[in-house]
Design a protein around this ligand. Structure first.
Ligand SMILES: [Zn+2]
Length: 279
């Protein structure tokens, strides 16, 4: 039997742990080959504690944090695309010439096609079209992954990138709308600013719960996921909104991960039973 292989593609160190860290740990523990592509080193992210990094060193520090998280999750191979974090929409780092969101498809897609053809994963997972909450780099990795997923199987496209390979499934890691609402309510209860959630865009954040096609139980992998999250120290300080949630809510938030299948499309109301197709 050929080994199961899963390729996840995200934009920043920490995207992997928060959205689907439990799934990565679970499939690795179950014997699948697990690879993570990270488009940037999160160079313009927040710094939870100024003793950990400066804006100049943040990329280097976050690379080390991601290597720590990858080890905690059992990720076998970690690939950086070496682009620069574009920052939140409308901020000056958007304009940097190396910003990932500025890179044209002809720069990114051939690289991804080469990775897909070398690794030959059955399952490819990335962000949904909104990137979870609209971050320009999340949307960019989504867009390039979708194109590369379909191009990889076409021998006439990018022939220099290896022998054609068509993965069987393209999935999106999604945040159910109810989870976003719960965060908002928790923040409101603590008197924090929730205006970004309450705007029209904020109301539309997250994937409609009724359209989630797979809730994966990763309760057994919460310790690995938590270990990965705590590797990302510059992002998840001790006072991070998630770290201060009551234990029970942390468990509920971490123990279940949500996915939808983008290709092949399921019939309306269709559900998945696993990330991998059944043999
Ligand atoms: Zn991100």
């Amino acid at each position: 039997m050929t080994q199961r292989s899963l390729l996840a593609l995200f934009a920043h160190p920490d995207d992997e742990a928060f959205g689907m860290g439990g799934a990565l740990a679970r499939y690795s523990a179950e014997g699948a080959h697990v690879t993570l592509v990270c488009a940037t080193r999160g160079e313009v992210g927040e710094i939870s504690d100024p003793t950990l990094a400066t804006p100049e060193t943040l990329g280097e520090v976050r690379e080390a944090e991601l290597r720590c998280a990858a080890a905690a999750l059992g990720i076998h191979e970690l690939i950086f695309l070496d682009h620069r974090d574009s920052g939140m929409a409308g901020t000056p780092p958007n304009e940097h010439p190396d910003a990932f969101a500025q890179q044209p498809a002809e720069v990114v897609v051939p690289t991804l096609v080469g990775i897909l053809r070398r690794l030959r994963p059955q399952v490819v997972i990335t962000f949904d079209p909104t990137g979870g909450y609209g971050h320009p780099d999340h949307i960019a990795i989504h867009t390039h992954t979708v194109e590369a997923f379909h191009a990889a199987g076409d021998a006439l496209r990018y022939p220099a990138q290896g022998v054609a390979w068509q993965p069987q499934r393209l999935l999106y890691s999604v945040i159910p709308r109810s989870v976003i609402r719960a965060w908002r309510d928790e923040m409101a209860a603590r008197g924090e600013d929730t205006s970004s959630f309450d705007s029209p865009e904020g109301q539309a954040m997250g994937w409609p719960d009724e359209d989630v096609q797979l809730y994966l139980d990763v309760t057994a992998y919460i310790p690995a996921k938590w270990a990965a999250l705590t590797c990302h120290r510059t992002q998840f300080g001790d006072d991070h909104s998630f770290a201060t949630l009551p234990d029970e809510e942390q468990q509920r938030g971490l123990g279940r991960e949500a996915f939808v299948q983008a290709w092949p499309t399921l019939e309306s109301g269709g559900r998945l039973i696993d990330l991998f197709p059944q043999p």
